[in-house]
Ligand binder design. Structure first.
Ligand code: 13P
Length: 254
């Protein structure tokens, strides 16, 4: 079933205590989710177990890692594997965030390996794609994300690809306060869904949640999420405020 999703990406923010408080404030607001809705918190590694225990009794609330390594195990000091994430009971992992691509030089090829490891370890990857401003200015965003999809994702078979989620995050909209317009978001999401449909069939494409990320706030979430191919958001800055994120959850499509 295609889900409507409000996902928080805390990135490298908040102390443990602040994170715990934020989670509790959001959960205490008592928003009940429908079976086709999920709220996912992508928290720093050291907070995963605390966060998983905070949401354990809450229907539809889930926890995600923000990254995993592209190798299954070995002498990679400081790294965390998909298997480790799985063995502490976490079911989601962001893969290919633009900040990882930029600061850690993660290529489409590396991300393909990460997706494989997530799926082998029963983890739903939240695969991020999106173009930088220079690409958008040349109007080459469609080809650019197509290449990201082809090189990281399209080796998967139908059953595997049904288990992933996609987040379209135009780099020029991340942390800039500049949001893609509703029309720009819908146009790209529909492009992504048609690429999936061409490769895997319409029925598969219709089942995959495609989230929008890039300066989503309480004030613009409802409008963005109303578009037919926008199945919620992956939210950075605004997910660090309980009041903002609660409004974003409430803005999910009814
Ligand atoms: P902002 O919401 O802060 O723009 O960040 C978006 C993002 O990168 C989510 O992964």
């Amino acid at each position: 079933m295609r889900k409507q999703i409000a996902a928080a990406n805390w990135k490298m923010n908040l102390t443990y205590q602040q994170g715990e408080k934020l989670l509790n404030e959001i959960l205490e607001s008592g928003i009940e989710l429908r079976p086709d809705q999920n709220v996912i918190f992508a928290v720093p590694f050291p907070y995963l177990i605390m966060a998983a225990s905070a949401v354990a009794e809450e229907q539809g609330y889930e926890i995600s890692a923000q990254n995993c390594n592209d190798k299954s195990s070995g002498a990679y000091t400081g790294e965390v594997s998909a298997e480790m994430i799985h063995t502490i009971g976490i079911k989601y992992c962001i893969v290919g965030h633009s900040e990882r691509r930029e600061y850690h030089l993660e290529s489409n090829r590396i991300l393909a390996d990460k997706l494989n490891l997530c799926l082998q370890n029963f983890i739903t990857p939240i695969f991020c794609c999106g173009e930088a401003l220079v690409i958008r200015e040349k109007n080459e965003q469609n080809q650019f994300v197509q290449q990201q999809m082809e090189e990281s994702l399209f080796h998967l078979d139908k059953e595997q690809v049904k288990k992933i989620m996609i987040a379209y995050e135009p780099v020029w909209a991340i942390g800039t306060g500049k949001t893609a317009s509703t029309a720009q978001a819908q146009e790209m999401h529909s492009h992504l869904r048609s690429l999936l449909a061409e490769k895997y069939g319409k029925d598969v494409a219709e089942e995959i949640s495609i989230l929008y990320g890039g300066s989503v706030k309480a004030s613009n979430a409802a409008e963005l999420f109303a578009s037919p191919d926008v199945d919620g958001g992956l939210v950075g800055g605004a997910s660090l405020s309980a009041q903002e994120f609660i409004q974003i959850i409430k803005a999910l499509k009814q």
